[in-house]
Design a protein around this ligand. Structure first.
Ligand code: NAD
Length: 349
């Protein structure tokens, strides 16, 4: 296996990992360890190029620094990506090789599940490194973080509903959901329980069929999810989907979802604000998962209560951000950036 350092002006450490015998090519990006060991999940996707994979790792790891700070965790920001379709290329040998690369970071980076990964995969990584969380078994095992991530997003959806409609109650509200994977599916279940109506899409037709069956959701095509009339849009798939092409199409009053890096660029949040669409900053809305993972990294006793308290604090942070944005007449994204920058500075001092 070859691990080579990639020069970076923005990140503390970046590595390219290659193991020809199992077809592994991936990256580990450590953005910041100011608040503690860098923590963030491992994603496997069929990226078009190494450049695209590296860019994703760099953006996602920076986002983890903000997310961990916003969630009040003593963790820095990191992320890892593996190139390839998890359905066909993910093998135990590939996961073991990547586990050895994580181990080589000697605890400066902790990994966990992200897109294309499961608790079973984390168990494979754990055969090679102790710096892996999101495990199903073990003294501090925290399991699949997705249900807690979904709970945090659900809280964020209630917050934006309160701000936009004067009522956090979701009964009768329509939520459009992009992506019906681990997070999107759990979110759909919470929304259905709360009496919301769902419009859904996914690249996987089986997921759509299951959501129609389970939640009586209305299915729409991949590109149609942007223009559908709904109260709130919840992106729960990939990043960059809020951009100059999609924002003019939106027919909702708010966006609150779980996908990382929803804005193609920060200034796209201004486009949303101009259209009167309230945006719940993604790295605050989806912080539940890393809160859950943190119990394993930080070896927290009484994790259920600890997670519940942190989720309440996260919800308070979201409320503070949305209120301040309304007061200043600016986008919540800008306020959220400000809040975490101050948190990191204060805690680093
Ligand atoms: P997942 O792989 O389980 O699910 C993703 C789903 O999105 C899949 O069903 C996939 O078919 C679908 N999808 C992919 N591209 C799509 C597209 N262009 N349009 C519509 N659907 C598409 O992943 P997940 O764990 O549910 O994560 C979803 C998002 O939430 C990711 O951005 C991830 O980084 C973020 N996130 C996840 C967690 C977590 O706890 N799993 C925590 C924080 C953030």
């Amino acid at each position: 296996m070859n691990i080579t350092q990639v020069a970076s002006a923005t990140h503390e450490e970046v590595y390219r990992v290659e193991a020809a015998d199992c077809g592994l090519i991936g990256f580990i990006a450590i953005h910041s360890t100011t608040l503690g060991p860098a923590a963030g999940g491992l994603r496997m996707r069929p990226y078009d190029s190494e450049e695209a994979a590296l860019t994703d790792a760099l953006r996602l790891s920076e986002g983890m620094t903000y997310k961990n700070a916003a969630a009040g965790l003593r963790l820095g920001g990191g992320k890892a990506v593996i190139m390839g379709d998890p359905a066909t290329l993910k093998t135990p040998a590939l996961l073991h090789a990547f586990g050895r690369a994580v181990d080589a970071c000697q605890g400066r980076y902790w990994t966990a599940e992200d897109m294309g990964m499961t608790t079973t995969d984390m168990a494979e990584l754990a055969r090679e490194t102790r710096y892996v969380a999101g495990l199903a078994d073990g003294t501090f095992a925290s399991g699949d973080p997705s249900p807690i991530t979904a709970r945090g997003i659900f809280n964020a959806i209630r917050r934006v509903a309160l701000h936009q409609f004067g009522d956090a109650n979701l009964t009768g509200r329509t939520v459009s959901v992009q992506g019906l994977g681990n997070v999107g599916w759990n979110l759909c279940a919470l929304l259905t329980d709360a009496g919301a109506k769902l419009i859904v899409t996914d690249i996987n037709p089986d997921r759509i069929a299951a959501a129609v069956d389970t939640f009586s959701a209305k299915p729409v095509g991949l590109d149609n999810i942007y223009a559908v009339e709904a109260d709130i849009f919840a992106p729960c798939a990939i990043g960059g989907i809020l951009n100059e092409n999609t924002i003019p199409l939106l027919n909702v009053k708010a966006v609150a979802g779980g996908a990382n890096n929803q804005l193609a660029k920060l200034s796209d949040s201004d486009l949303l604000a101009k259209r009167g669409i309230l945006y719940a900053p993604d790295f605050v809305a989806n912080g539940g998962g890393i809160i859950n993972v943190a119990t394993e990294v930080l070896e927290i006793e009484g994790r259920v209560d600890w997670v519940a308290k942190k989720l309440v604090a996260l919800d308070d942070t979201m409320e503070a951000i949305l209120s301040e944005a309304a007061k200043q007449g600016v986008s919540p994204a800008a306020i959220a950036q400000d809040v975490v920058a101050k948190t990191i500075k204060a805690r680093a001092a």
